[in-house]
Design a binder for this molecule. Structure first.
Ligand SMILES: Cc1cc2nc3c(=O)[nH]c(=O)nc-3n(C[C@H](O)[C@H](O)[C@H](O)COP(=O)(O)O)c2cc1C
Length: 295
């Protein structure tokens, strides 16, 4: 993706991390029009945690990732390939959601000195690929971008089309076993290939904006494209979940650092809480909201 810099050339930094390759596919499809353009130099920075996350996730490790994700206690990253003082006209930051918060590597980038320097005074477009709960994570990312001195200029979201309840089964199955295909009449987990195939329209819009110099203004760069549709039915449960996760995270953190066996009893309780919420609280809450919306 690198090329030589010349007069009039716009430089775009695209930062991402992906375990299964899903987010990498989304972001590469999105920026394809930029990498094919002769007047844009695209630089790709793949975040590499010093201690790699496992995939598929062992059950306890998956639960154990919650406190640090929610409390934004970021993992250490290998040094970035780009220099912190390099100039970019636009930064595209792609991340996935872990426990209603940005995934650890993205948090690490946003909080690191190098990441903050790269974001300072820069227009930033975020790209999210997750199951479907991304609102509170994006509020956090927006805050961290602002704290670094960057300006969030748009957000593109790709979510699982399977529906809230089906993906409560298919996503954990995928993450814990690596099996992504549909089963028992349920659809496959993850972002649909057809959605990824259309990601290039956002890249084409970004290319048009860069060519017109609109990244230097203050307006959204992807207005009118429906880049981040919000499902209002999920706002209430997501905000409530975020508050509850913060309490659990602090409690479990008191029992020891990540990986400590002393956290196991509380992680087991958290797991029971999570399953109860998913089975007992979420379905009636979705039904009530559907009924209220239909009145
Ligand atoms: C530990 C963990 C927690 C997750 N929590 C959420 C979540 O709260 N909301 C959501 O929509 N997706 C959640 N996901 C799904 C991810 O956002 C993402 O879709 C999936 O991990 C695949 O991403 P990747 O292979 O590109 O890394 C979670 C995934 C992991 C591994």
């Amino acid at each position: 993706m690198r090329g030589c810099r010349s007069q009039g050339m716009k430089r775009v930094l695209v930062v991402h991390f992906s375990q299964t390759g899903q987010l990498a596919r989304v972001v590469r499809a999105l920026v394809a029009p930029l990498s094919e353009a002769g007047d844009v130099q695209l630089v790709e920075e793949i975040l590499r945690p010093r201690r790699p996350y496992p995939f598929p996730w062992p059950f306890w490790r998956f639960l154990d990732a919650m406190p640090e994700s929610v409390l934004l206690e970021a993992p250490e990253l290998e040094p970035l390939g780009v220099r912190p003082d390099e100039h970019f006209d636009l930064v595209v930051l792609a991340y996935q959601v872990w426990y209603l918060a940005p995934a650890g590597p993205a948090t690490a980038f946003l909080k690191s000195d190098a990441g903050r320097a790269l974001l300072r005074d820069r227009p930033v477009v975020t790209v999210i690929a997750c199951r479907n709960l991304w609102l509170t994570a994006q509020e956090t990312v927006q805050r961290l971008i602002r704290a670094a001195g960057g300006a969030l200029r748009d957000n593109v979201v790709f979510t699982d089309r399977a529906g809230v309840l089906a993906s409560f089964i298919t996503t954990p199955r995928w993450l814990l076993t690596g099996k992504r295909e549909g089963f028992f009449g349920l659809p496959p987990a993850g972002i649909a290939d057809s959605d990824i195939a259309t990601a290039g329209r956002f890249g084409r819009a970004l290319l048009g904006a860069l060519r017109a110099g609109r990244e230097r203004g203050g307006a959204p760069l992807l207005a009118g494209l429906g880049a981040a549709p919000v499902d209002p039915r999920l706002i209430f449960s997501e905000r409530a979940g975020r508050r509850a996760f913060a309490v659990w995270a602090r409690l479990i953190r008191l029992a020891g650092p990540a990986g400590a066996w002393t956290r196991l009893p509380l992680l087991a309780l958290f797991c029971a809480y999570l399953v109860t919420m998913i089975l007992v609280v979420v379905p009636p809450s979705l039904l009530a909201q559907r009924l209220l919306a239909g009145r």
